[in-house]
Write a protein that binds this ligand. Sequence first.
Ligand code: GDP
Length: 146
Amino acid sequence: MEQTLVIVKPDAVANGLLGEVIRRFEAEDLTVCGLKMVWLSQKEAEGFYQVHQHQPFFQSLTHFMISGPCVAMVLEGEEAIRRVRTLMGATDPLKAAEGTLRRSFATSIEKNVVHGSDSAASATFEIPYFFSRLEILPKVGRGEIS
Ligand code: GDP
């Protein structure tokens, strides 16, 4: 089992897509084991995206990420990191495969609905950026609650 950090970005939350994004992950047997709504500060957005600090789009990206609330989640499942990235689609919605979240809903290369950790190393940095250990809960299987 693997865990990954997903952010439903401010564009998707504002456009009423939160439920649909979560539905698509759950439909692929990815389990939500941590979830919170947050409105990032400029410093928090810059810290999260520090690997991109020298990119020309860094300022625009962080400005977008603080434009409204987003929802952070820890998703768990077999090969969760790779499978979440597949369900998201390519960064640029014009290059994203048919049926992916970004192809379906992204409005630009920047306002692209969803973030997912791109490697185990990224997940190790990103999950504790949003969640304490106490906020990541064990999976309860179907049929285990009656
Ligand atoms: P991801 O792993 O697919 O999210 O893509 P990256 O890690 O390369 O970039 C992080 C985020 O920065 C993307 O999801 C976009 O929101 C934004 N971004 C990436 N490339 C560009 C770009 O060329 N222009 C702008 N404005 N934003 C970008």
